[in-house]
Design a binder for this molecule. Structure first.
Ligand code: PA5
Length: 448
């Protein structure tokens, strides 16, 4: 049970830019200090696996939320990506189309593309749908406009919003909290000290997971088990610390890109969740003695074996700027044996009798081997199988790793000032009250 790690191919004793085992020794003290700092500061996400008081409230809703035919999440960024990752990883890829499904169809609307939104609305019957509006701030234009659309539909059918909407938001602040108080709409709390992209293991991710029949208790058990591992001050036994440090050391040598490449379609969207966490937490600008410094490592998602035919040429022969993380799955839920047909052709007969999982994992080995031969750093997170426990471990591992990486980069992982300007322009140009002057300023600037 539990994730395994292989860092072997991160070390290159004979290549100048490669990290050597000895380089880690000088960071042992620093890493121990960082772990202490994180434990003292206790960022909200660290408390979650131990302090699960929110769990009962979610479990109490199980019968109600599972009585619907469709469960639709309306949220964006940290209020959607964890939900998407949970569903695709832990439910069958064709979950919504399964005839023997006992739990609702799950849809996650995390954009305001009208073709996308309409395509989901086409698939649901409002009478048998529950909308879970998730927004910590309660101001996000995308989540709020989709809420208004859902609300409009519910009202146009003469349905009671209290029967078809549940909010997940801040315990005190924001417009959703206000509406919930006024109208008695059921509302779950997002712990205020947990930031959006760190909130998958709060009601943000857990409610839709439970609706889809996912074992959320085991998910938190996995996170708890990983908490014990990531606070270990022995660097070599701490996967979050070792991985953060290796990424940091490569980053300092110009490796600006972190590729996550699952060799499993079910694990693929964990990489999307990781992309947000790594990008929004670590991509920062700060001022040292009047000098502006920009930091961050660009996370990239790739899929094995598909992207061997798209990206791997670049990874092998392109610039020395990427650290590749493979997600390997040892035991697939299902497997397919390749039949022995066309045995007369040696170009095909070697495949007959093998399984697809054998082929896929051999291809993973081939890619690892080739990258290593080309001197490109790569490592593996190994899932013995996919289950809630392992996925809970994965989330917590990367959250803690991000916290450590932020300390190494000397930045704040929990803010995102760089997204504010674009949001402000949208508010101004869409006519939000209070933004009139700013709208004028923007219009003047672009008309010049
Ligand atoms: O990580 C973050 O804080 C962001 O990505 C938010 O999750 C995202 O902007 C959505 O915010 P909210 O939940 O307030 O609607």
């Amino acid at each position: 049970k539990g994730l395994k790690f292989d860092f072997t191919n991160m070390f290159f004793p004979n290549i100048e830019k490669g990290i050597k085992q000895e380089e880690l020794i000088e960071y042992e003290g620093k890493i121990a200090e960082i772990i202490d700092e994180i434990l003292n500061e206790k960022p909200g996400f660290v408390k979650l696996p131990q302090d699960t008081k929110f769990l009962d409230k979610i479990l109490d809703l199980q019968d109600w939320i599972q009585s619907f035919e469709s469960f639709v999440v309306l949220g964006i960024g940290g209020s959607a990506l964890g939900n998407i990752a949970l569903q695709t990883t832990l439910n069958p890829l064709n979950y919504n189309y399964m005839k023997n499904r006992k739990t609702p169809k799950i849809f996650i609307i995390d954009n305001v593309d009208p073709d996308f939104v309409a395509s989901i609305l086409d698939q649901i019957d409002p009478h048998t749908t529950l909308f879970n509006v998730i927004s910590k701030s309660g101001t996000t234009a995308e989540a709020m406009s989709n809420y208004l659309i859902a609300r409009g539909i519910i009202e146009s059918y003469g349905l009671d919003p209290k029967e078809h909407i549940i909010f997940t938001t801040d315990p005190e602040n924001g417009i959703l909290r206000k509406i919930s108080k006024e109208e008695g709409i059921k509302t779950l709390e997002i712990p205020p000290e947990v930031g959006g992209r760190f909130s998958v293991l709060t009601p943000v991710g857990l409610l839709s997971a439970l609706a889809g029949g996912i074992d959320i208790i085991d998910l938190l058990n996995g996170a708890k088990s990983m908490l014990d591992k990531v606070i270990n001050k022995n660097l070599k036994e701490n996967p979050a610390a070792l991985n953060a440090l290796l990424h940091f050391l490569y980053y300092k040598k110009g490796y600006n890109i972190s590729v996550m490449m699952p060799y499993s379609n079910k694990l693929l969207l964990l990489a999307d969740w990781y992309r947000q966490l790594w990008a929004e937490s670590l991509g920062k600008k700060y001022n040292i003695n009047g000098e502006i410094v920009n930091v961050g490592q660009t996370p990239v998602k790739a899929l094995g074996a598909t992207d061997q035919h798209s990206q791997v040429q670049l990874y092998n022969e392109g610039p020395d700027d990427k650290v590749v993380t493979f997600l390997k799955l040892e035991k697939f839920e299902r497997d397919i044996k390749i039949p022995k047909v066309h045995e007369e052709y040696s170009a095909l007969s070697y495949l007959g009798g093998k399984t697809l999982s054998e082929l896929l994992n051999t291809e993973l080995f081939g890619t690892e081997y080739a990258l290593t031969e080309h001197g490109k750093p790569n490592m593996k997170v190994i899932f013995p199988e996919i289950n809630s426990f392992n996925v809970g471990e994965f989330f917590f591992l990367y959250e803690f790793q991000t916290a450590i990486m932020a300390k190494l980069l000397e930045i704040n992982a929990y803010d995102q000032p760089g997204v504010e300007l674009g949001k402000k322009v949208t508010y101004a140009l869409m006519g939000r009250e209070g933004y009139e002057e700013f709208a004028k300023e923007v219009n003047e600037k672009v008309s010049k």
